[in-house]
Design a protein around this ligand. Structure first.
Ligand code: SAM
Length: 297
């Protein structure tokens, strides 16, 4: 798999050379390149942001810089599109500048709704192309949540391109534009909180995705029985030796040597923990996968 990351802090991704990710790169399973967005600027200050149209605090990342960079990274032909500055004299209702663009492409949907609908639609309808070639991903706190299902799907892609926002985010027309060009565009949040930039979110997504690539983990079994995998339960708690540590013993059944009982104990614990911590996952559980002993819980 090839991974390209675009950021104003590409050095953030030096951590991806460590541990299993570094080994996967050495083995040729993975090729990671972090690009500096400022390399696509043309001014002396290497400016990547501008004030928000419509007013308000903060700065927004400029679409033309992102587009020049992403055209290169995605391998698309560079396009010089004219920048048009709309004014009130253009007789457009304030705040509907994007509508002009949408109408041109035969759609009445606003850019913001359309771009967030991209990821929502793909996740809600289980969008699963058999072989993903190239996927463009934008971390965004106001997008659908990234989860194990998304990580599994993306682990089959040939190339992932991540665009890390900063400030108030990237101009909303950027994801929309690439989706309209036929690129598979996703936007994901990694949790209900706001980070300063997309770098931490992208690092988390990359780690969750690449550990699912066949050959990445030394022992492939270790990704089969995990939280959010298979039945999508939380995993049972782990214990190692000594069997008693600081007066706390491991559950007796784990040292019984009876594998069926150990399996049963772990499954019961997984179901009970999930019910207590994530009842939403229990509600989504496929009842056909429950056995008689599960149903007694
Ligand atoms: N103004 C935006 C909002 O309130 O939704 C927050 C922008 S945030 C300060 C800047 C960038 O950080 C975002 O464009 C995104 O790339 C990244 N980011 C922040 N929180 C994130 C989260 N929970 N998940 C994914 N990306 C996040």
């Amino acid at each position: 798999m090839r991974i390209d990351i675009v950021s104003v802090f590409p050095e953030y991704f030096d951590v991806l050379n460590l541990s299993l990710l570094g080994k996967a790169q050495d083995k040729g399973l993975l090729q990671v390149t972090a690009h500096n967005l400022r390399d696509w600027t043309h001014d002396v200050h290497r400016t990547v942001d501008d004030t928000p149209v419509g007013g308000g605090a903060g700065m927004v990342m400029k679409p033309e810089i992102w587009a020049q960079c992403l055209d290169d990274v995605l391998g698309l032909p560079a396009r010089e599109l004219e920048n048009v500055e709309l004014t009130l004299d253009d007789d457009l209702p304030v705040g509907q500048g994007y509508g002009v663009h949408a109408t041109k492409h035969g759609s009445e949907v606003g850019a913001a709704e359309q771009s967030s609908a991209i990821a929502t639609t793909q996740l809600e309808h289980g969008h699963k192309p058999s072989q993903l070639k190239q996927v463009l991903i934008f971390p965004n706190p106001s997008a659908p949540l990234f989860n194990q299902q998304a990580a599994t799907e993306l682990s089959h892609a040939e190339q992932l391109v991540f665009g890390c926002g900063r400030y108030e985010g990237i101009d909303a027309r950027v994801p929309r534009y690439y989706a309209e060009q036929g690129v598979d565009v996703r936007e994901y949040s990694i949790g209900d909180y706001v980070l300063n930039g997309g770098e931490v979110a992208v690092s988390a997504m990359i780690e969750a995705i690449v550990r699912l690539i066949p050959g990445f983990m030394g022992n492939p079994e270790s990704i089969v029985e995990e939280s959010y995998t298979g039945d999508a339960l939380l995993e049972h708690r782990p214990y190692t030796k000594p069997t008693t540590w600081r007066g706390i013993a491991v559950p007796q059944v784990l040292i019984s040597g009876d594998h069926a009982k150990v399996d049963r104990y772990r499954r019961d614990e997984a179901i009970m923990r999930t019910n207590a911590i994530r009842p939403d996952l229990i509600e989504q559980l496929d009842c056909r996968r429950l056995d008689k002993a599960d149903r007694k819980l």
